[in-house]
Design a protein around this ligand. Structure first.
Ligand SMILES: Nc1ncnc2c1ncn2[C@@H]1O[C@H](COP(=O)(O)OP(=O)(O)OP(=O)(O)O)[C@@H](O)[C@H]1O
Length: 262
């Protein structure tokens, strides 16, 4: 069952002491989806991503990436490309060296490494700076290098945390186009961002997390319809509607009400 899904979680939960950062999360994301993962600050998005990328262990529950359990770090890591909020880069290297090093870690062959680096540097307008040290880069240039690093080994699942953060409008557009192309070639994109218009434009499915729980899920259109935001409604309206304590209280009492006659 989980084999047909790119990302699946079953009652995934993470507690830090008395704080439940992620509570009983169930996701079923098919291959080629662009899944917009939303939630206010502290909702549990990064914690979820860190579990999916095997960086932290769940307190309970399970998760699979392309059918591989997150308990099998090596298998999972071979399927994913991950861009965290702060890209993991060595400041003393140049972007080209960093990417060559990463390609080696990913067991890519040298000619494939050079080919992918050249084409991605070109796509993200980084060719002229590729042989300068990362320590001299702007935030946006580091972000682009991190993104190339996440994509260069052509993973099945790409997990992006605020991928357009710090990018100028042209670079941000390139990132959006790249995300759409990845999905068109059946790569699954798990996209966490606070920039809701990007999600509205790209996502096939959206999940909204609030206080560690998934409080709404569906296509952007379906969510807007369900929330009766009206024709002018946006994903932001849906987001603001479901991420309040009042909405949360209503939801938790809802099961008792649904069985009652009107
Ligand atoms: N290492 C940790 N130790 C203790 N508590 C933590 C730790 N990491 C996260 N938390 C707590 O878990 C909850 C979820 O945090 P998380 O970073 O996953 O949220 P987020 O949705 O990614 O937020 P943001 O949008 O601000 O990045 C918060 O209450 C946070 O304080």
């Amino acid at each position: 069952m989980t084999d047909s899904l790119s990302i699946s979680t079953d009652a995934l939960t993470k507690q830090y002491g008395s704080t439940t950062a992620v509570n009983d999360l169930n996701l079923a994301i098919p291959s080629g989806a662009i899944y917009g993962f939303l939630g206010p600050n502290g909702a549990g998005k990064t914690t979820t991503i860190r579990m999916l990328t095997t960086l932290i262990t769940p307190t309970s529950g399970t998760a699979h990436i392309v059918g591989e359990s997150i308990t099998d770090r090596q298998a999972v890591v071979s399927h994913i490309g991950y861009l965290p909020e702060e890209p993991p880069l060595y400041d003393e290297l140049t972007a080209r060296e960093q990417l060559e090093y990463h390609g080696g870690l990913r067991d890519m062959n040298p000619s494939e490494i050079e080919e992918r680096i050249d084409s991605l540097l070109d796509r993200f307008d980084l060719t002229t700076d590729a042989d300068n040290r990362i320590s001299t880069y702007s935030k946006g240039m580091k972000q682009k290098t991190g993104l190339i690093q996440a994509l260069m080994h052509q993973p099945n699942v790409v997990i992006l945390d605020e991928p357009t953060s710090g990018l100028d409008p042209r670079a941000a557009r390139t990132v959006r186009e790249t995300i759409a192309e990845l999905a068109a070639s059946d790569t699954t994109v798990f996209l966490s961002t606070h920039i809701l218009p990007v999600v509205e434009e790209l996502a096939t499915e959206v999940g909204i997390l609030y206080e560690g729980e998934l409080v709404a899920e569906g296509s952007p259109d379906a969510l807007k319809e369900r929330m009766e935001t009206g024709e002018e409604g946006t994903l932001e309206d849906v987001f603001l509607d479901v991420t309040t304590d009042e909405a949360h209280d209503e939801r938790t009492t809802e099961p008792e009400r649904t069985g009652q006659p009107e």
